[in-house]
Design a protein around this ligand. Structure first.
Ligand SMILES: Nc1ncnc2c1ncn2[C@@H]1O[C@H](COP(=O)(O)OP(=O)(O)OP(=O)(O)O)[C@@H](O)[C@H]1O
Ligand SMILES: [Mg+2]
Length: 285
Protein backbone atom coordinates (compact mmCIF):
# COMPACT_ATOMS: atom_id res chain seq x y z
CA UNK A 1 0.00 0.00 0.00
CA UNK A 2 1.29 3.42 -0.94
CA UNK A 3 0.78 6.38 1.36
CA UNK A 4 1.10 9.91 0.01
CA UNK A 5 1.98 12.72 2.41
CA UNK A 6 2.03 16.40 1.43
CA UNK A 7 4.15 18.91 3.31
CA UNK A 8 2.33 22.20 3.47
CA UNK A 9 2.25 25.56 5.16
CA UNK A 10 1.21 28.91 3.72
CA UNK A 11 4.07 30.46 5.63
CA UNK A 12 7.43 30.48 3.86
CA UNK A 13 10.78 29.46 5.29
CA UNK A 14 9.41 27.29 8.11
CA UNK A 15 11.36 24.16 7.19
CA UNK A 16 8.95 22.38 4.82
CA UNK A 17 11.61 21.38 2.33
CA UNK A 18 14.23 20.46 4.92
CA UNK A 19 11.68 18.32 6.78
CA UNK A 20 10.61 16.57 3.56
CA UNK A 21 14.19 15.77 2.53
CA UNK A 22 15.13 14.42 5.96
CA UNK A 23 11.90 12.43 6.22
CA UNK A 24 12.54 10.80 2.84
CA UNK A 25 16.16 9.92 3.52
CA UNK A 26 15.44 8.61 7.03
CA UNK A 27 12.38 6.63 5.93
CA UNK A 28 14.61 4.85 3.44
CA UNK A 29 17.84 4.49 5.43
CA UNK A 30 16.43 3.72 8.87
CA UNK A 31 13.03 2.21 8.12
CA UNK A 32 13.59 0.44 4.80
CA UNK A 33 10.82 2.30 2.97
CA UNK A 34 10.75 2.94 -0.78
CA UNK A 35 10.27 6.69 -1.16
CA UNK A 36 9.45 9.04 -4.00
CA UNK A 37 10.04 12.74 -3.35
CA UNK A 38 7.99 15.12 -5.47
CA UNK A 39 9.13 18.73 -5.61
CA UNK A 40 6.11 20.89 -6.49
CA UNK A 41 7.73 24.19 -5.61
CA UNK A 42 8.99 26.36 -8.51
CA UNK A 43 11.78 27.49 -6.16
CA UNK A 44 13.25 23.98 -6.80
CA UNK A 45 14.78 23.81 -3.31
CA UNK A 46 14.16 20.11 -2.73
CA UNK A 47 15.42 19.31 -6.22
CA UNK A 48 18.72 21.18 -5.87
CA UNK A 49 19.16 19.82 -2.36
CA UNK A 50 18.98 16.27 -3.70
CA UNK A 51 20.62 16.46 -7.14
CA UNK A 52 22.36 19.86 -7.33
CA UNK A 53 21.84 22.67 -9.79
CA UNK A 54 23.87 21.22 -12.66
CA UNK A 55 21.92 17.98 -12.91
CA UNK A 56 18.67 19.92 -12.55
CA UNK A 57 19.65 22.09 -15.53
CA UNK A 58 20.24 19.00 -17.67
CA UNK A 59 16.89 17.53 -16.64
CA UNK A 60 15.18 20.81 -17.38
CA UNK A 61 16.78 20.98 -20.84
CA UNK A 62 15.61 17.42 -21.49
CA UNK A 63 12.02 18.20 -20.44
CA UNK A 64 12.23 15.77 -17.54
CA UNK A 65 10.92 18.00 -14.76
CA UNK A 66 7.38 18.71 -13.60
CA UNK A 67 7.40 21.79 -15.85
CA UNK A 68 7.11 19.39 -18.80
CA UNK A 69 4.14 17.63 -17.19
CA UNK A 70 2.23 20.78 -16.28
CA UNK A 71 3.31 22.55 -19.48
CA UNK A 72 1.77 19.74 -21.51
CA UNK A 73 -1.46 20.07 -19.50
CA UNK A 74 -1.65 23.79 -20.16
CA UNK A 75 -0.54 23.82 -23.78
CA UNK A 76 -0.39 20.34 -25.30
CA UNK A 77 2.42 19.79 -27.77
CA UNK A 78 1.63 16.14 -28.39
CA UNK A 79 4.72 14.91 -26.51
CA UNK A 80 3.39 13.03 -23.49
CA UNK A 81 5.30 13.33 -20.24
CA UNK A 82 7.40 10.22 -19.64
CA UNK A 83 7.16 9.63 -15.89
CA UNK A 84 9.50 6.61 -15.89
CA UNK A 85 12.22 8.67 -17.55
CA UNK A 86 11.55 11.75 -15.45
CA UNK A 87 11.90 9.94 -12.11
CA UNK A 88 15.49 10.21 -10.93
CA UNK A 89 16.45 7.02 -9.12
CA UNK A 90 18.41 6.68 -5.90
CA UNK A 91 19.16 10.39 -5.56
CA UNK A 92 20.49 10.50 -2.01
CA UNK A 93 24.25 10.69 -1.61
CA UNK A 94 23.87 8.65 1.58
CA UNK A 95 24.56 5.02 0.76
CA UNK A 96 22.06 3.71 3.32
CA UNK A 97 19.25 5.86 1.85
CA UNK A 98 19.16 3.80 -1.30
CA UNK A 99 15.45 3.90 -2.06
CA UNK A 100 14.88 7.61 -2.53
CA UNK A 101 13.71 8.72 -5.97
CA UNK A 102 12.86 12.23 -7.11
CA UNK A 103 10.45 13.92 -9.45
CA UNK A 104 12.15 17.25 -10.02
CA UNK A 105 10.67 20.73 -10.10
CA UNK A 106 11.60 23.57 -12.40
CA UNK A 107 11.90 27.34 -12.20
CA UNK A 108 9.72 27.34 -15.35
CA UNK A 109 6.78 26.20 -13.21
CA UNK A 110 6.34 29.77 -12.02
CA UNK A 111 4.83 30.81 -15.33
CA UNK A 112 3.15 27.50 -16.08
CA UNK A 113 1.13 27.58 -12.86
CA UNK A 114 -0.55 30.75 -14.09
CA UNK A 115 -1.78 28.80 -17.12
CA UNK A 116 -3.26 26.16 -14.80
CA UNK A 117 -5.02 28.83 -12.73
CA UNK A 118 -6.38 30.31 -15.94
CA UNK A 119 -7.79 26.92 -16.96
CA UNK A 120 -9.46 26.57 -13.58
CA UNK A 121 -10.83 30.08 -13.80
CA UNK A 122 -12.31 29.30 -17.21
CA UNK A 123 -14.08 26.22 -15.87
CA UNK A 124 -14.40 26.51 -12.07
CA UNK A 125 -16.29 23.23 -11.64
CA UNK A 126 -13.71 21.14 -13.46
CA UNK A 127 -11.32 19.05 -11.37
CA UNK A 128 -9.06 18.35 -14.38
CA UNK A 129 -6.51 21.10 -13.62
CA UNK A 130 -5.89 19.63 -10.15
CA UNK A 131 -5.60 16.04 -11.37
CA UNK A 132 -2.56 16.46 -13.59
CA UNK A 133 -0.07 15.14 -11.04
CA UNK A 134 -2.36 12.31 -9.88
CA UNK A 135 -2.84 11.09 -13.45
CA UNK A 136 0.90 11.15 -14.12
CA UNK A 137 1.92 9.40 -10.89
CA UNK A 138 -0.81 6.71 -10.79
CA UNK A 139 1.14 4.23 -12.99
CA UNK A 140 4.15 4.25 -10.61
CA UNK A 141 2.29 4.39 -7.27
CA UNK A 142 2.89 0.75 -6.48
CA UNK A 143 6.67 1.18 -6.74
CA UNK A 144 6.65 3.13 -3.47
CA UNK A 145 5.71 2.80 0.18
CA UNK A 146 5.68 6.57 0.68
CA UNK A 147 5.37 9.49 -1.67
CA UNK A 148 6.33 12.81 -0.08
CA UNK A 149 5.15 15.95 -1.84
CA UNK A 150 6.91 19.21 -0.98
CA UNK A 151 4.51 22.07 -1.71
CA UNK A 152 5.19 25.77 -2.27
CA UNK A 153 4.13 28.22 0.50
CA UNK A 154 0.67 28.91 -0.94
CA UNK A 155 -2.51 27.03 -1.86
CA UNK A 156 -2.30 27.60 -5.59
CA UNK A 157 -2.88 25.11 -8.38
CA UNK A 158 0.41 23.28 -7.77
CA UNK A 159 -0.35 22.67 -4.10
CA UNK A 160 -3.88 21.59 -5.06
CA UNK A 161 -2.33 19.01 -7.41
CA UNK A 162 -0.23 17.77 -4.47
CA UNK A 163 -3.27 17.62 -2.20
CA UNK A 164 -5.29 15.76 -4.85
CA UNK A 165 -2.64 13.03 -4.77
CA UNK A 166 -2.20 13.11 -0.98
CA UNK A 167 -3.82 10.91 1.65
CA UNK A 168 -2.49 13.02 4.49
CA UNK A 169 -0.45 16.11 5.27
CA UNK A 170 2.07 17.42 7.74
CA UNK A 171 2.47 21.07 8.72
CA UNK A 172 6.01 22.09 9.62
CA UNK A 173 6.06 25.26 11.67
CA UNK A 174 8.47 27.37 13.67
CA UNK A 175 6.91 27.60 17.16
CA UNK A 176 6.51 31.37 17.20
CA UNK A 177 3.49 33.62 17.07
CA UNK A 178 3.59 34.74 13.45
CA UNK A 179 4.50 31.32 12.02
CA UNK A 180 1.59 29.57 13.72
CA UNK A 181 -0.96 32.30 13.02
CA UNK A 182 -2.42 30.91 9.79
CA UNK A 183 -2.65 27.22 10.75
CA UNK A 184 -6.43 27.06 11.35
CA UNK A 185 -7.04 28.75 7.97
CA UNK A 186 -4.74 26.25 6.31
CA UNK A 187 -6.58 23.32 7.91
CA UNK A 188 -9.97 24.59 6.80
CA UNK A 189 -8.71 25.23 3.25
CA UNK A 190 -7.47 21.63 3.07
CA UNK A 191 -10.76 20.36 4.51
CA UNK A 192 -12.80 22.29 1.97
CA UNK A 193 -10.60 21.09 -0.87
CA UNK A 194 -10.92 17.47 0.32
CA UNK A 195 -14.71 17.85 0.36
CA UNK A 196 -14.66 19.33 -3.14
CA UNK A 197 -12.65 16.45 -4.60
CA UNK A 198 -14.46 13.92 -2.41
CA UNK A 199 -11.22 12.38 -1.15
CA UNK A 200 -10.14 12.44 2.51
CA UNK A 201 -6.87 14.23 3.31
CA UNK A 202 -5.96 13.53 6.94
CA UNK A 203 -3.91 15.79 9.17
CA UNK A 204 -0.97 13.64 10.28
CA UNK A 205 0.58 16.24 12.51
CA UNK A 206 2.28 19.50 13.09
CA UNK A 207 6.08 19.33 13.01
CA UNK A 208 7.88 21.82 15.24
CA UNK A 209 10.94 23.09 13.38
CA UNK A 210 13.86 25.40 14.20
CA UNK A 211 13.11 24.96 17.88
CA UNK A 212 15.27 26.99 20.26
CA UNK A 213 15.28 25.58 23.77
CA UNK A 214 16.41 28.94 25.19
CA UNK A 215 13.37 30.71 23.77
CA UNK A 216 10.49 31.18 26.20
CA UNK A 217 8.27 32.12 23.24
CA UNK A 218 9.01 28.77 21.58
CA UNK A 219 8.15 26.89 24.76
CA UNK A 220 4.90 28.73 25.37
CA UNK A 221 3.77 28.53 21.73
CA UNK A 222 4.36 24.75 21.76
CA UNK A 223 2.28 24.47 24.93
CA UNK A 224 -0.51 26.45 23.29
CA UNK A 225 -0.36 24.25 20.20
CA UNK A 226 -0.53 21.10 22.31
CA UNK A 227 -3.61 22.45 24.12
CA UNK A 228 -5.31 23.64 20.92
CA UNK A 229 -8.28 21.37 20.10
CA UNK A 230 -8.11 22.36 16.45
CA UNK A 231 -4.68 20.74 16.07
CA UNK A 232 -4.95 16.99 15.76
CA UNK A 233 -1.43 16.19 16.84
CA UNK A 234 1.84 17.98 17.59
CA UNK A 235 4.62 15.54 16.67
CA UNK A 236 6.45 15.08 20.00
CA UNK A 237 10.03 15.32 18.77
CA UNK A 238 10.86 18.92 17.98
CA UNK A 239 13.50 19.71 15.37
CA UNK A 240 16.16 21.99 16.84
CA UNK A 241 17.46 25.02 15.03
CA UNK A 242 20.95 23.90 14.08
CA UNK A 243 23.71 24.88 11.69
CA UNK A 244 24.12 21.28 10.54
CA UNK A 245 20.46 21.02 9.55
CA UNK A 246 20.73 24.32 7.66
CA UNK A 247 23.92 23.02 6.03
CA UNK A 248 22.07 19.94 4.75
CA UNK A 249 20.52 22.24 2.12
CA UNK A 250 23.85 22.33 0.31
CA UNK A 251 24.31 19.62 -2.31
CA UNK A 252 27.31 17.76 -0.92
CA UNK A 253 28.39 14.16 -0.59
CA UNK A 254 27.85 12.87 2.93
CA UNK A 255 28.76 9.45 4.21
CA UNK A 256 26.03 9.08 6.81
CA UNK A 257 22.81 10.80 7.80
CA UNK A 258 24.34 11.64 11.18
CA UNK A 259 27.13 13.53 9.43
CA UNK A 260 24.69 15.25 7.13
CA UNK A 261 22.12 16.40 9.70
CA UNK A 262 24.28 16.56 12.85
CA UNK A 263 25.48 13.99 15.32
CA UNK A 264 24.81 15.89 18.54
CA UNK A 265 21.09 15.22 18.76
CA UNK A 266 19.93 16.76 15.46
CA UNK A 267 19.77 13.52 13.51
CA UNK A 268 18.17 11.74 16.47
CA UNK A 269 15.41 14.38 16.63
CA UNK A 270 14.77 13.96 12.90
CA UNK A 271 14.76 10.18 13.25
CA UNK A 272 12.23 10.32 16.07
CA UNK A 273 10.09 12.72 14.06
CA UNK A 274 10.17 10.25 11.16
CA UNK A 275 9.20 7.36 13.41
CA UNK A 276 6.26 9.36 14.83
CA UNK A 277 5.07 10.31 11.37
CA UNK A 278 5.33 6.71 10.15
CA UNK A 279 3.32 5.51 13.15
CA UNK A 280 0.63 8.14 12.65
CA UNK A 281 0.50 7.55 8.90
CA UNK A 282 0.04 3.83 9.44
CA UNK A 283 -2.86 4.46 11.80
CA UNK A 284 -4.53 7.29 9.90
CA UNK A 285 -3.98 6.60 6.21
N1 LIG B 1 16.17 22.96 11.89
C1 LIG B 1 16.78 23.94 11.20
N2 LIG B 1 17.82 24.62 11.74
C2 LIG B 1 18.41 25.61 11.07
N3 LIG B 1 18.08 26.01 9.84
C3 LIG B 1 17.06 25.37 9.24
C4 LIG B 1 16.35 24.30 9.87
N4 LIG B 1 15.38 23.87 9.03
C5 LIG B 1 15.47 24.63 7.93
N5 LIG B 1 16.49 25.52 8.05
C6 LIG B 1 16.90 26.55 7.07
O1 LIG B 1 15.85 27.51 7.01
C7 LIG B 1 15.64 27.93 5.67
C8 LIG B 1 14.21 27.60 5.27
O2 LIG B 1 14.04 26.19 5.32
P1 LIG B 1 13.25 25.41 4.20
O3 LIG B 1 13.71 25.82 2.84
O4 LIG B 1 13.27 23.99 4.55
O5 LIG B 1 11.81 26.03 4.48
P2 LIG B 1 10.52 26.02 3.55
O6 LIG B 1 9.36 26.12 4.48
O7 LIG B 1 10.57 24.89 2.63
O8 LIG B 1 10.68 27.38 2.73
P3 LIG B 1 9.80 27.86 1.47
O9 LIG B 1 8.51 28.32 2.05
O10 LIG B 1 10.59 28.95 0.86
O11 LIG B 1 9.63 26.67 0.58
C9 LIG B 1 16.68 27.22 4.82
O12 LIG B 1 17.79 28.05 4.68
C10 LIG B 1 17.03 25.99 5.66
O13 LIG B 1 18.31 25.52 5.41
MG1 LIG C 1 10.41 24.84 0.55
Amino acid sequence: MTRVIATINLKGGVGKTTTTAALGEIMSAEFGQRVLLIDLDPQTNLTTMMIGEKRWQTLNDEQLTLAALFGEAVEPTGTPFDIEKAIQRDVSSIRAARDVDLLASSLDLMEIQEGLSFQQYGDPDSTRPVEVLLDAVTPVLDDYDYILVDCPPNIGMLTCNGLRLADGYIIPTIPDILSTYGIPQLQSRVERFAARIDHPIKEIGLVVTKYRSASSVHRSVIEQLQRDDRIANVIPSWIPEANQIAGAAEFLEHRTLRRKYGSTGQFEALRMMTEDILTNAQVLL
